[in-house]
Design a protein around this ligand. Structure first.
Ligand SMILES: [Fe+2]
Length: 180
């Protein structure tokens, strides 16, 4: 497995925009939180989170299609690549999330975007004092952060067998550990 330092160098080879790097760091921290909570390897889950959108900035039309090539060149193996590509299931990939890590990535990728947008609406601009009820309210408001797919979030919660409230609560707690 490559080191975190090598992974970050790989990320920034293909991602220059601050927004994309911040998203990668948020998903990395979120994946680390869930790995610890669920008794898995936070280093590995973190790397998958960090690199999950590796191809999106340069190849938005080939999202999850270009990633295998970039990750392979970066020294990542087939299992890692599979996990990264599964987060586009039903959108830009036909690889279904099966491992718990893949389901968490699928469920939280869009949700961290929604929660991040909710945070910006708050006086604190932070998730530190955010409660589930404000996320629930914004989740129902389809015009708010419309780019964050509610269907994907709902589908992710279903895959995990978690209630939406539980997913929201845990993702808020996860994001408190890695606020950018
Ligand atoms: Fe993402």
């Amino acid at each position: 497995m490559i080191t975190r330092e090598e992974a970050f160098a790989l990320l920034t080879t293909y991602n220059k925009e601050e927004f994309h790097i911040k998203h990668a760091l948020t998903v990395e921290g979120t994946m680390r939180y869930f790995a610890e909570k669920l008794g898995h390897d936070p280093e590995y889950w973190g790397l998958v989170g960090l690199l999950h959108d590796i191809d999106f900035e340069m190849y938005p039309d080939e999202h999850c299609q270009k990633a295998p090539e970039l990750l392979k060149e970066g020294g990542l193996d087939e299992d890692f690549i599979r996990s990264v590509c599964s987060h586009g299931y039903g959108i830009c990939s036909d690889i279904e999330p099966t491992h718990q890590m893949e389901k968490v990535l699928f469920a939280t990728d869009e949700l961290t975007g929604l929660i991040g947008a909710c945070a910006l609406m708050r006086p604190s601009k932070s998730v530190q004092d955010m409660e589930v009820k404000s996320v629930k309210k914004k989740f129902k408001d389809k015009k708010f952060a419309a780019g964050c797919s509610r269907d994907v979030i709902r589908q992710g919660a279903e895959m995990l067998g978690w209630e939406l409230d539980e997913l929201f609560q845990e993702t808020i707690l996860a994001m408190r550990t890695c606020e950018q």
